[in-house]
Structure formats: structure tokens, C-alpha cells
Design a protein around this ligand. Structure first.
Ligand code: FE2
Length: 421
């Protein structure tokens, strides 16, 4: 089956053992959405393996012919590689014979891929090239005369590269990536990916015991950032009294939190921020010695690109965070920290130092992993209840401040369309 083919939907909601989601209601999110196995299966089919461009890696990770990396789109393992001509290819890491996930390395160099089970062999375009004992042994057995190798290649994905960033889609008829991204999000995407050669400076991976949507929501939620994160508010990196914007694309699926750094001073506008610790100082001030490097005055831009990518730019720490769902209750968050090939040594060191804020054990992002687990723990036993999302009203439009949940509501507007829920 083409994983992008929508299944019949009219009976889906009726088949769920929960009260329906009220029509057109975006300020209420039912908790069964985060725990139900059938919802998860439909998300994999419609969102991750349907009409979407999923982030799969950076071009600089597979620079030469034969280089490959393995990852997942949703819960499906895939391979991204360069064929003998250096062209990008992607296909399912799933043998056409018996379904084996045949490639076990995270990355490497190959001239072909051979399944360990029965040694079916594929070239770097995913085409089946060899089947052992195809003609039988001593005149016995073998594949039927009409067995056609060309009909048994690896399931292909469409690949797109924009300024060194790789995306893949199971939907071979999906629109071009830049159309998918939209103009506003393109501006901010190209703010970081301006065409300069990237350089990976580190990886971090973590398994978070929560639903994948909680991670996406977290990065669309400036309301929490100003309250939860002691580090952000205390040192003025992201705070409700700073000049900020929340922007979306026309569909609501992609989102942007944009802000400008302020100070550590408490003001009349920060009295609700219990975590603002005006008496805290850093033992090593170099942890926060940002230098301006981008084309506008924003000092932090957190971009969510449907369905699985967070582009993080906080001061000079820039990273991709890739969401890889494992089931309704868990996802892997895979971080790729990078800078530019033309960074000097001081800048590379600065980026690495600031990466202490944002990683699996980050001084800021560790708070998010923890509350996502607490959210899953708290909502799972109450599938019949629902979240209340009324901060900033009940609409889904762009805002010029942080005191809003508009981007989460916009996300669910598009989510409901795709899921037909
Ligand atoms: Fe956060």
C-alpha cells in the first residue's frame, strides 16, 4: 500500500472509545489524542508518511557518492544516500523480500545494500540487483521465470534539499518544498540556512516518555517559556516583556517564535514570573556571551516545520531537533548542532559552550523534557478530559507578543484537517 493513501475516515472517530472532539473547537484538546493507539497509527499514515516533507538530515552529513545515513520518518526506518553520481536518494530501510530492516548502521559508505536474511541486494538507487539462487540449484527451485527484479525495489521516498537541509516524503506527488514551507517561514529558514556550507559540531539524542505532539506544542508555546525556564527568564534570553512575535504559515502547520534579548532586570511586567531570580549570577559569564550574526535584530527564533522538525536558534547555538515518534507514549528527540564552515575557532567554541543550554541535558531544554513526561503522566489516566487553550483568545492568527497559545491552536486546525478528526 502506498503509505500516503488516506484510509476511509468517516467511521474513524466513531470507532474510538472516547467522546468526540467538538467540531471546530481548537481551544480544547482531548487527552485521548495523546494516548490512543489508533490515533497514533493514523498520525503515522496521514501526517508523517502522508503529504508532508519530513526532515531527515543535513547534506553535509552525506557529502559524497556512496555516503548514507539511516533515520526514521515517523516510525518507519529509512535510508538517505547519494548514488554513484552523487544524487540524493531515499528509500525505506525495509527489504522488499521479507521486510527486514537490513541496514543497522547510523551512517556509513556503501556501494550496495545487502539484506542479511537472504542476501537480496540493492544498488544505491534502491533497485533490486541480485537474488541468490534465483535460477535454483541443480535445476531445482529458484524464482519463477517471470519474476521481475524491477518490480521489487525498495520503497522510494521523494527527496528535497534546500540550502543544505534534507527532507523526504513518502508522497511522491507532494508539492515542491519551498511551496510547502511558504514565504514567511522561508525567510526565517534562510536566515539560518543562507547557503553557506554547514559544519556539524555535535549530536545529542534522548528518549522522552511523552507524546510527540507535546514536543511540537512546546516550541509553539511562548507562554510556558517565560514561566518555566529559570535560565531564560533570569538572564533575559526569552521573557514575556520582550519584543516578540508568533507567526505561522497560511495552513497553521509551521510556526515561529521570534524574540529579542532583554536584561536581567525585573520590571512591573515580570511580577508573575516566579522563576525570575534577579540575584542569580553565572560563575562563568562566557556561557552567555552572544554575538550578533543574523540579518535582523531577533536573538532567538524557534521554528517548527511540520511534521517533525524544530530549527533552534538561541543566541549562537543553532540546532536541528528531529522528532521521531516511537508510539503514543514516547518519541526520540535527535539533536544535530551545527555552525558554518567559515566559523572561526572562537565562534565554534562559543556555539559549543552555548549548546549547554539546549540539548538532552540542557540547562533550558531539560525543563521541557521533564514537563513533557509530567504532562503524559498526568493526562494519560484521564483520556475523557481535555486541555484548555485560551491564552491570547481562541483564534489562530499571528501575534506580536508571547502571552498566547495561538500557534498551538493553529497547529491543531491543520492537524484536524489532515486527520479528518
Ligand atoms: Fe521550553
Amino acid at each position: 500500500m502506498n503509505p500516503g493513501t488516506p484510509s476511509s475516515s468517516s467511521s474513524f472517530q466513531a470507532s474510538l472509545p472516547h467522546a468526540p472532539w467538538a467540531a471546530a473547537e481548537l481551544s480544547r484538546i482531548p487527552y485521548w489524542l495523546y494516548t490512543d493507539q489508533a490515533v497514533f497509527a493514523r498520525e503515522m499514515e496521514r501526517i508523517f508518511c502522508g503529504r508532508s516533507w519530513a526532515y531527515v538530515g543535513l547534506a553535509v552529513e552525506i557529502p559524497q557518492a556512496g555516503d548514507y545515513l539511516t533515520t526514521t520518518v515517523g516510525n518507519r526506518p529509512i535510508i538517505v544516500c547519494r548514488n554513484r553520481d552523487g544524487e540524493l536518494r531515499a528509500f525505506a530501510n525495509h527489504c522488499a523480500h521479507r521486510g527486514v530492516k537490513f541496514c543497522r548502521q547510523r551512517s556509513g559508505k556503501a556501494t550496495r545494500f545487502t539484506c542479511p536474511y537472504h542476501q537480496w541486494t540493492y544498488d544505491l538507487n534502491g533497485d533490486l540487483k541480485g537474488v541468490p539462487f534465483r535460477a535454483g540449484v541443480k535445476g531445482q527451485g529458484g524464482m519463477p521465470e517471470d519474476f521481475d527484479l524491477s518490480q521489487h525495489g525498495l520503497t522510494p521516498l521523494k527527496v528535497a534539499e534546500h540550502h543544505g537541509v534534507l527532507f523526504a516524503s513518502f508522497d511522491l506527488s507532494i508539492e515542491p518544498f519551498l511551496d510547502y514551507l511558504g514565504d514567511t517561514n522561508r525567510y526565517y529558514f534562510e536566515r539560518v540556512f543562507d547557503g553557506r556550507e554547514l559544519r556539524v559540531i555535535g549530536y545529542s539524542r534522548q528518549l522522552i516518555p511523552g507524546n510527540w505532539k507535546l514536543m511540537f506544542e512546546n516550541i509553539k508555546d511562548p507562554y510556558h517559556a517565560s514561566l518555566l525556564h529559570v535560565f531564560l527568564v533570569t538572564f533575559g534570553l526569552f521573557r514575556a516583556d520582550q519584543e516578540s512575535q508568533v507567526k505561522m504559515d497560511d495552513t497553521g502547520r509551521h510556526g515561529l517564535l521570534i524574540s529579542r534579548r532583554g536584561t536581567q532586570q525585573a520590571t512591573e511586567h515580570t511580577k508573575d514570573i516566579a522563576n525570575l531570580r534577579a540575584d542569580f549570577t553565572l560563575r562563568d559569564a562566557r556561557l552567555l556571551d552572544p554575538v550578533k550574526e543574523f540579518k535582523d535584530s531577533a536573538t532567538v527564533v524557534m521554528q517548527t516545520i511540520w511534521p517533525n522538525l524544530i530549527v533552534q536558534q538561541q543566541s549562537n547555538t543553532i540546532a536541528m531537533r528531529q522528532i521521531q515518534p516511537r508510539g503514543p507514549d514516547a518519541f526520540e528527540l535527535s539533536w544535530t548542532f551545527f555552525g558554518y564552515e567559515d566559523d572561526d575557532e572562537a565562534m565554534r567554541t562559543r556555539r559549543l559552550r552555548q549548546a549547554n543550554l539546549m540539548s538532552a541535558s540542557g540547562l533550558v531544554s531539560g525543563d521541557d523534557s521533564e514537563v513533557i513526561k509530567l504532562a503524559q503522566d498526568g493526562l494519560k489516566p484521564y483520556p475523557e478530559r481535555e486541555a484548555v487553550l485560551e491564552m491570547g483568545g481562541r483564534g489562530t492568527h499571528d501575534e506580536e507578543h508571547m502571552v498566547t497559545e495561538t500557534a498551538i491552536r493553529a497547529f491543531y486546525k491543520y492537524y484536524r484537517e489532515v486527520m479528518e478528526l
